[in-house]
Design a protein around this ligand. Structure first.
Ligand SMILES: Nc1nc2c(ncn2[C@@H]2O[C@H](COP(=O)(O)OP(=O)(O)O)[C@@H](O)[C@H]2O)c(=O)[nH]1
Ligand SMILES: [Mg+2]
Length: 208
């Protein structure tokens, strides 16, 4: 399936200019999730949904990926509206993965296993969550919390939707994963520092 990375937000909480371009260990933040998606077996094309508030991101992507990543200009200011517009403009057929620019800790294996889980279920959509205690352990304050049959869960920003019915509400399978790396998206300076630390721990040889 194709994937769309949402990258047209203000990044106000981080306050370092265009969030997708903020440097993390020498690479623009958004390139982590793009490179992860491109390395996943089950992902075909990758698109990025930029907006009028992320013009530098568009330029950086065109230079860095040379047309290998599709850039879609959304209107900005309306996450859901922009997401629907991006899905329609991408030309994606059937299921499409929607994710965020601020998830540098995702891995290709995780993306592939999410898609395999989606394929094992009947629901037209899938959303990935972590239990709230995983956020607490990781020291992260969640934006949004859902109560699923008494269990508090936090959406991580990885979803699959059926592009054929993108304007309609879709029943989604809730995939709850107990993985602290999924709890962190880069919203503020503290999140950025945490990601840097975790990435350095993962492969210290890269940062000597
Ligand atoms: N195209 C588009 N992307 C958005 C919009 N709002 C948020 N995003 C992107 O969605 C991701 C998650 O949003 P959030 O963390 O709230 O971003 P922030 O507002 O930039 O801090 C980020 O990669 C944003 O760039 C929007 O209205 N349009
Ligand atoms: Mg975020």
């Amino acid at each position: 399936m194709d994937a769309i990375v949402m990258a047209g937000g203000f990044g106000q909480r981080l306050g370092m200019g265009e969030k997708p371009c903020v440097e993390l260990l020498g690479k623009p933040l958004i390139t982590y999730v793009i490179d992860t998606l491109r390395a996943a077996k089950h992902i075909d094309k990758v698109f990025v949904a930029v907006s009028p508030v992320t013009p530098k991101t568009e330029i950086m992507l065109r230079e860095r990926y040379n047309g290998k990543v599709g850039v879609i200009r959304t209107f900005g200011g309306n996450y859901v509206g922009d997401m629907v517009y991006a899905v329609e403009t991408s030309g994606a057929k059937g299921p499409v993965m929607i994710t965020m620019s601020d998830l540098p800790l995702l891995s290709p294996e995780l993306i592939d296993s999410v898609i395999e889980t989606y394929e094992e279920h009947e629901e037209p959509a899938l959303s990935v969550y972590v239990p709230i205690n995983v956020c607490k352990k990781a020291g992260v304050r969640p934006d949004t919390v859902f109560n699923k049959k008494g269990k508090l869960i936090v959406p991580i920003g990885v979803n699959i939707l059926d592009s054929n019915n993108i304007n309609e509400e879709q029943e989604d399978f809730n995939l709850i994963l107990d993985n602290p790396k999924l709890a962190i998206n880069v919203n503020n300076v503290e999140d950025l520092r945490r990601c840097k630390e975790l990435l350095e721990q993962e492969s210290p040889e890269n940062f000597l």
